[in-house]
Design a protein around this ligand. Structure first.
Ligand SMILES: [Zn+2]
Ligand SMILES: [Zn+2]
Length: 111
């Protein structure tokens, strides 16, 4: 058992991160208020006004994601699809307007 293990085992349960249940609580989730250790595997931090950070624990992130997924992602995909289609059309139009230079035909008589 090294120093780190001793440290983590001597803290009270109440002071432990709600996500990993191992490290000491450093901050509270800005959404549910549960204590988190601020480790990247336990929460996500977002820049906030006044140089502050907004902290959201993993539990809240997954609940937010499941709520957002059905609508926002579909909308996004549709928009991307439309963009792709219009780009392809544009490229085809360009091909029709400016015929490719026929450099590839050179030397074909050898075969
Ligand atoms: Zn943690
Ligand atoms: Zn939370």
């Amino acid at each position: 058992m090294d120093l780190y293990d001793i440290y983590t085992h001597t803290i009270d349960d109440e002071d432990r991160c709600n996500e990993c249940d191992e490290k000491r609580v450093m901050q509270c989730c800005n959404k549910c208020g549960e204590g988190i250790c601020l480790h990247t595997s336990c929460c996500q931090t977002f820049p906030h006004r006044n140089n502050d950070i907004y902290i959201i624990c993993n539990q809240c992130i997954t609940s937010i994601e499941t709520k957002l997924r059905p609508t926002s992602v579909d909308m996004c995909d549709l928009r991307l699809l439309k963009k792709k289609i219009s780009k392809r059309l544009e490229a085809n139009m360009k091909k029709l307007q400016e015929p490719e230079q026929e450099t590839e035909l050179e030397g074909e008589n050898d075969s």
